[in-house]
Design a protein around this ligand. Structure first.
Ligand code: COA
Length: 304
């Protein structure tokens, strides 16, 4: 078996997406594996945003057998979804995809890199440990049903450039150089959702990059908070309510957001506001670094 590693092209995207669903659906034991993440797009949406994403494909001849997506948020990077076609599992292809992934992080010069995975899987933990990623605290994927319509936060007043600059201030205060501008551009350019903002006096107090509904990373009837950051607990609580208002306004029944449990104040605020954990993952960070996760960091995002 000779495996060629190269970036994905547009014509690889349907098969990459098929393998993504088949691999996760098979690993999770779904009766029909292809129903995994039905209606959500976690792969092509990233390929279409090359300013903050890179792709790595594994090919057996001309046949795609696995892929990985690598995301850059300024000085911070993460990878996934990493998937290999089930009939090629445990033949070293995951590792063949991860070696160039590490080269991408090096080329980007990220200060910290990370991933989200299954805490119960010895294989997953061992695979990532080979590349110096170490298991840390649990990441809770939490949801809240949106029954009534909470008061909406006023829309951001200003240009996209203003929004990006102010958002960069909020995220950069958590970790030098943490910058999700590419993620915001991808969201707005591809019309995948909306950025929810909360003011704090004259400046931005909090923002959330929210995917909305089918075709985005959220999937049907869902607002998915891919990343959010707040300057303090008060702004964070308002931000959650504003995300719920977005869900109500857009006719979505559920807000889904991932929080790492090391961010205990954010996690406890979510519990207090009625969020319940639907799925538990674990954060792994390179060199066992802390990155931007801290007890008082009001930050959301699961790195899936
Ligand atoms: C996870 C996944 C990408 C791994 O790809 P893969 O090609 O099967 O992985 P590899 O063969 O390169 O590496 C697996 C390694 O784990 C090791 N491993 C497996 N079980 C282990 C255990 N219990 N303890 C220690 N090491 C273990 C294997 O021995 C192998 O290392 P080796 O080559 O040195 O022997 C693939 O199985 C997959 O697509 N799974 C479903 C989707 C998924 O879970 N994606 C990742 C989400 S974070």
């Amino acid at each position: 078996m000779s495996i060629d590693i190269r970036p994905l092209t547009e014509r690889d995207l349907p098969e990459a997406d098929r393998i993504f669903r088949l691999a996760f659906g098979t690993f999770m034991g779904l009766p029909d594996p292809m129903t995994f993440a039905a209606g959500a797009d976690l792969t092509a949406t990233r390929w279409r945003a090359p300013a903050c994403n890179a792709t790595v494909g594994a090919f057996d001849g001309d046949v795609l057998v696995g892929s990985n997506y690598v995301t850059r948020w300024g000085s911070f990077g993460f990878f996934g979804p990493l998937t290999v076609r089930p009939d090629y599992w445990s033949k070293g292809i995951g590792q063949l995809l991860l070696a160039p992934t590490m080269e991408i992080f090096a080329r980007w010069g990220v200060k910290q890199s990370a991933l989200y995975t299954f805490p119960h899987s010895p294989k997953h933990l061992a695979l990532y440990q080979k590349f110096d990623f170490w298991p840390q605290r649990l990441t809770a994927l939490m949801t809240k049903r949106v029954a009534d319509a909470p008061a909406a936060a006023p829309a951001f007043e200003g240009s996209r450039a203003d929004l990006l600059a102010q958002a960069r201030d909020v995220s950069g205060a958590m970790f030098p150089g943490l910058d999700v501008s590419g993620e915001v551009d991808a969201l707005l350019d591809q019309k995948l959702g909306e950025v929810v903002t909360v003011r704090d006096g004259a400046s931005l107090g909090a923002f959330a990059v929210c995917h909305v509904g089918p075709g985005s990373e959220a999937g049907p009837k869902t607002v998915y908070v891919k990343f959010a950051a707040a300057r303090d607990g008060a702004s964070f609580a308002k931000l959650l309510a504003a995300c719920e208002a977005l869900a109500a306004r857009r006719g979505m029944g559920v807000v889904l957001a991932g929080v790492n449990t090391v961010c205990s104040s954010a996690y406890q605020t979510m519990l207090a506001q009625g969020y319940r954990t639907q799925y538990t993952g674990v954060a792994m960070q390179r060199g066992n670094g802390a990155g931007y996760l801290a007890a008082e960091a009001f930050v959301l995002g699961d790195w899936r």
